[in-house]
Design a protein around this ligand. Structure first.
Ligand SMILES: NC(=O)C1=CN([C@@H]2O[C@H](COP(=O)(O)OP(=O)(O)OC[C@H]3O[C@@H](n4cnc5c(N)ncnc54)[C@H](OP(=O)(O)O)[C@@H]3O)[C@@H](O)[C@H]2O)C=CC1
Ligand SMILES: Nc1nc(=O)c2c([nH]1)NC[C@@H]1CN(c3ccc(C(=O)N[C@@H](CCC(=O)O)C(=O)O)cc3)C=[N+]21
Length: 283
């Protein structure tokens, strides 16, 4: 039997519907939620993502502004742009598209974003609050995965979640959010010996590696829920995830496709976080 598909496009649309209602309510109070996206350089993949984010904002009546800066910009100049956005009343959320050019220190840039506008949830204050279980903006990709699990009626408490990857933007916060929902969490990464011996134990397997079709049948326990965060290009330049979908289909109970799985949820939660930021500015 094939695995059940967790449809991120559909679940994302449903959530966007309720976010759009909040946008209308805020507009009636005179506030249009505004997102600034800062793009440095002209990496084609980054450009596509950024265009997607802007289109999604506009589709639900939000304001979005692209600040496109040259690859050669200095760190100081970039920080000036962010400080200016921190001050602007019409901008409620700031996203600095990663990765940044090598000569710029990402940590300094992210730390400069006002915590009130950190809709990516990457800044130190936001990360600290998340760790403590305090209210904050949750990082959009892990937050989106939690919504996928919730909407699919997947139980988390008491389950063993195994995360492959420990990046600051995906793997690490993903484990934290699952832990908060009472999963037992195992992190694995490039130094983990015998990876399948860990992933085979997963009731919930999260793949956030960045390698096309890396997770195969040998990694997955019968009946596991498999969440594929990866966005890669295969040798034919087709978009694909970190999970070899065809190999795992039928072993997993549930699986997310790429495209149409986690990706659309990331953008949905970005919209939700920005609307939440705007809502805080009205009484
Ligand atoms: N769908 C979405 O919305 C999003 C998708 N992505 C995609 O998700 C993927 C991961 O992104 P990101 O977390 O930023 O990537 P990073 O490259 O920052 O992190 C990759 C992680 O995978 C680990 N890893 C690499 N090779 C192996 C291996 N052979 N065995 C086990 N672990 C390994 C690394 O380990 P170590 O730490 O030891 O180096 C690292 O922790 C990418 O494909 C990216 O494009 C990212 C963001 C959002
Ligand atoms: N500051 C910052 N915040 C991010 O959230 C961030 C970032 N930098 N840098 C890059 C990664 C990647 N990322 C994706 C978002 C949506 C899709 C997405 O919508 N994917 C579609 C397909 C898109 C396509 O067709 O190319 C899907 O999976 O269905 C993918 C990837 C956000 N990231």
């Amino acid at each position: 039997m094939s695995s059940a598909i967790i449809n991120g496009k559909e679940i994302g649309q449903e959530i966007r519907g309720s976010v759009a209602k909040q946008v209308d309510e805020l507009k009636a109070k005179g506030v249009t939620p505004g997102l600034a996206v800062v793009l440095v350089g002209d990496n084609p993949a980054s450009k596509t993502y950024v265009a997607n984010k802007q289109k999604s904002c506009e589709a639900i009546g939000m304001y979005s502004e692209l600040i496109a800066l040259p690859e050669t910009i200095s760190e100081q100049q970039l920080l000036e742009h962010i400080r200016a956005l921190n001050e602007r009343e019409d901008i409620h959320g700031i996203l600095v598209q990663l990765p940044l050019p090598k000569h710029i220190n990402e940590d300094s840039v992210i730390a400069t974003i006002s915590p009130d506008k950190d809709v990516d949830g990457f800044a130190p204050i936001s990360v600290g609050k998340m760790m403590l279980g305090q209210e904050t903006y949750l990082p959009c990709t892990p937050y989106g995965v939690m919504k996928l699990l919730e909407h699919s009626g997947i139980e988390i408490a008491g389950k063993h979640a195994v995360i492959v990857g420990r990046s600051h933007i995906v793997g690490k916060p993903m484990g934290q959010l699952l832990l908060q929902k009472d999963a037992t969490v195992t992190y694995t990464h490039s130094k983990t010996p015998d990876l399948p011996s860990f992933t085979k134990q997963a009731d919930i397997l999260i793949a956030a590696v960045g390698r096309a079709n890396f997770i195969t049948a040998a990694h997955v326990k019968e009946g596991a829920v498999v969440i594929d965060v990866g966005i890669n290009r295969d040798e034919d330049n087709h978009l694909c995830g970190d999970v070899d979908f065809a190999a795992v289909d039928g072993i997993a109970s549930h699986i997310t496709p790429v495209p149409g799985g986690v990706g659309p949820m990331t953008i949905t939660m970005l919209l939700a976080n920005t609307v939440q930021a705007a809502a805080k500015t009205v009484n």
